[in-house]
Design a binder for this molecule. Structure first.
Ligand code: GLV
Ligand code: MN
Ligand code: MN
Length: 410
């Protein structure tokens, strides 16, 4: 098994050196969190960093029309795709995404130095806007590449300032006409293996540095638009109000309760209030529900129940609520043969499911995919406290190198 004690100081040092070259980009000095969002300045800097690292390694860089970057070691078909993403949630941690990209680059270095020449190309990818932090749709780059989202719908998505995806791409030198599925490129990949920091504490409990993923829970994002009547905070009698904040507040509590009763996860972490004035009853509240569950039926029931409760409460508040599914992802069972092959090749590492979404989940619709997880001592993720020790990261790199060797070099 790949263990921390079997990892050499050299791999730890290599990881640290490459990590240091990336870690300042897009980090907010005050919060310590990252603000790398699709096509913003920090995201473009990350892409430049990736292009330079690819060039330093003589990997041929190809960019698809969707802002996904691919660094090829070797040419031909049936390539083994690896990598992850470099964007973050607002004030996110540094490991979610970048750990998979950095690990893939160091794994390529190790394979080369150990004298391997792949018989299938090895391709390191960074996928665009995986978090959906700017345009609201998670895994945007991989969804566009595989045709899992309608191109016209995607181009019309807007960020918080009303900038469309089409405009953001054009403003940063891309061509919106090039956006969309690329089946020829997809057909050149034989499988995808994404290494990722674990976003919970399962590996801590199992006392293992590295694990293999079995499945991703069904999950999605639902937008709740609560409409009421804006009015004066001091003069409007309580009985005369149509306050959408009340309906929203009730909905947050209902979602939390329903999730706890059913063993699901529900979060309302983003809210927009209009006019957002201290001395005015709001006229409109828009909030997003992120919900996930092990079973699709549990998730469906949760959404149905929260919607019904919000609607019933709106009637009492004299408000209205409209619910829109912005993205819904069914359960992903990773390729069983690939999963078992990796778990065995890595010496019997634990196999575990996750509640987090990943590009590997989207790509699993078009090729066999697998994921490796690296232990996260606190389990914190999507926040500045996200962490993995350098030694565990090096263990992850060794596991990924062994995986790529197994899949591409034998
Ligand atoms: C991605 O990290 C997600 O699960 O939201
Ligand atoms: Mn994430
Ligand atoms: Mn991620």
């Amino acid at each position: 098994m790949v263990t921390v004690s079997s990892v050499s100081v050299d791999v730890v040092e290599r990881f640290r050196a490459l990590w240091r070259s990336l870690e300042k980009i897009g980090r907010d000095e005050e919060t310590g969190g990252y603000r790398r969002h699709g096509w913003n300045g920090a995201d473009l800097e990350c892409r430049e960093w990736f292009a330079e690292e690819a060039a330093d390694r003589d990997l041929e860089l190809r960019v698809d029309g969707n802002g996904n970057l691919f660094a090829w070691w070797g040419d031909g078909d049936d390539a083994v795709l690896t990598g992850s993403h470099l964007d973050s949630v607002p004030d996110g941690g540094g490991y979610d995404g970048p750990l998979g990209v950095v690990s893939a680059l160091v794994a390529v270095d190790l394979l080369r130095e150990r004298g391997h020449t792949p018989r299938r190309p090895i391709v390191v990818a960074t996928f665009a806007e995986e978090e959906g932090s700017r345009f609201g749709l998670a895994c945007l780059g991989s969804r566009l590449l595989t045709g899992a989202v309608d191109t016209r719908r995607a181009l019309a998505l807007t960020d918080r300032e009303g900038v469309t995806l089409a405009r953001a791409i054009a403003a940063t030198g891309g061509d919106p006409a090039e956006v969309g599925p690329d089946p020829d490129l997809v057909a050149r990949f034989g499988c995808f293996v994404e290494l990722h920091v674990e976003q919970g504490r399962a590996l801590v409990d199992l006392d293992a540095a590295v694990g293999v993923a079995s499945a991703i829970w069904p999950h999605g994002r639902w937008r709740f638009d609560f409409r009421g009547e804006a009015n004066h905070a001091g003069t409007t009698r309580m009985a005369d109000r149509h306050d959408p904040m009340l309906t929203f507040a009730f909905t947050v509590l209902a979602a939390n309760k329903e999730a706890r009763l059913s063993g699901a996860h529900a979060t309302m972490g983003r809210v927009h209030v209009s006019p957002n004035a201290t001395n005015a009853v709001p006229g409109q509240v828009t909030a997003w529900l992120d919900a996930r569950a092990a079973e699709q039926s549990t998730l469906d029931q949760l959404i149905g129940s929260v919607t019904a409760k919000a609607t019933e409460r709106a009637t009492r508040d004299g408000t209205a609520v409209a619910v829109t599914a912005e993205s819904v992802t069914a359960v992903v069972e990773f390729d069983a043969a690939l999963r078992d092959r990796l778990a065995t090749a890595l010496g019997g590492v634990p196999v575990l499911p996750t509640g987090a979404g990943h590009d590997a989940g989207v790509l699993s619709a078009v090729m066999p995919t697998a994921m490796l997880f690296v232990r996260n001592p606190t389990g914190v993720s999507h926040a500045p406290g996200e962490h993995a020790t350098d030694e565990d990261c090096a263990a992850g790199i060794e596991a990924l190198a062994a995986t790529l060797e197994e899949l591409a070099c034998r």
